[in-house]
Design a protein around this ligand. Structure first.
Ligand code: XMP
Length: 318
């Protein structure tokens, strides 16, 4: 029978035999899958694993530094690459969701390629691909997200890198990956993190992506997510986040009339992201969160809560 411990034992032995003393490159995203894949490989080949963690400037507030610190604390050989400016410049004036994704995918490949060339004589590319990714990328009908939106988690790297691919989690479902992660001693909080899209906040800022808009959304998102944690709601929700809408609305502040931004909060229950139900968060929580956002984030004067389920409303608004 399958157990996380036996999976770790067998896989580590297989990886050792397969890779020997060749070098492996792996892109860390901060998510569960790439982290578990990295720790598994690290156990098998130690310092021959070279991890690259790219900041695309569209991560959650403080996420790049805190996740990088965590990775270093786990003993991983990881290089943090802050390419924020390169990504944000490439998105300037881009408001079309698919073009945003393509621009981000393209820059990611460029940055990753540059970085991988710095690892001399690398032979392998490791990826945190899990079973649902494999299915989604080959299935003709695909999952809704596979066909409607251009995800680039799978096979996203160009052929010219000529690296052999190793995907130790290829046969696992998400819950199995989490159990393997626990068996490897990975921090519970890291294993319980909500999914977060590769293009990050770019697909949660409807309309133009500016540095100012990114900063505003990071603040809003941090208040919402930290609030969920404080209220003990975070683990009851599959995924949550905030969207910055391309709408200004009228408000009053003292005797003044304001005309400021509106954010939408979204929290969903799901098992795989294919279908999702909006979460019935307590009114008291929503009230407190809305007040906090409006009082603390300059430029936002209205907060709405998304009560739409998928289908038809996708989890992300773009
Ligand atoms: P949707 O919005 O299609 O999202 O209901 C389903 C799940 O996929 C994530 N998502 C993405 N992940 N690149 C990613 O890596 C993307 O372009 C992308 N678009 C959506 C979304 O966060 C949710 O978990």
């Amino acid at each position: 029978t399958w157990t996380p411990d036996s999976f770790v034992e067998t896989t580590v032995a297989e990886l050792k035999a397969k890779i020997g003393d060749e070098k492996v490159i792996l892109g860390l995203s901060g998510g569960v899958d790439s982290t578990v894949a990295a720790v598994l490989l690290h156990k098998a080949i130690g310092k021959h694993l070279h991890c690259i963690f790219v900041n695309n400037g569209l991560l959650r507030k403080n996420e790049f530094q805190s996740v990088l610190d965590q990775y270093e604390g786990m003993g991983l050989n990881v290089k943090g690459v802050d390419a924020s400016a390169r990504f944000l410049d490439s998105l300037e004036g881009e408001s079309d969701p698919e073009k945003k994704r393509k621009a981000i995918g393209r820059v990611f490949i460029e940055v990753f390629d540059d970085e991988s060339h710095l690892v001399e004589d690398a032979k392998w590319l490791a990826q945190g691909t899990i079973y649902p990714d494999v299915i989604e990328s080959v299935s003709a009908t695909g999952g809704p997200s596979a066909t409607i939106k251009s995800h680039h988690n799978v096979g996203g790297l160009p052929d010219y890198m000529k690296l052999k691919v190793v995907e130790p989690l290829r046969m696992l479902f998400k819950d199995e990956v989490r159990r393997v992660g626990a068996s490897l001693g990975i921090d519970k909080e890291l294993l319980g993190r909500h999914p977060f899209p590769g293009p990050g906040l770019a697909i949660r800022i409807l309309g133009d992506i500016t540095r100012e808009n990114v900063a505003i959304l990071q603040e809003v998102d941090a208040i919402f997510i930290n609030g969920l944690k404080e209220w003990g709601l975070y683990d009851k929700v599959w995924q949550a986040g905030a969207m910055l809408l391309p709408v200004n609305s009228v408000g009053v502040m003292g005797d003044e009339r304001t005309y400021e931004k509106c954010v939408a909060l979204r929290a969903v229950e799901s098992t795989d992201g294919m279908t999702a139900d909006w979460v019935n968060l307590p009114y008291e929580f929503l009230q407190k969160t809305s007040n906090d956002i409006i009082n603390k984030v300059r430029g936002v004067n209205r907060v709405v809560y998304d009560i739409s389920s998928k289908p038809p409303a996708t989890i992300e608004w773009e």
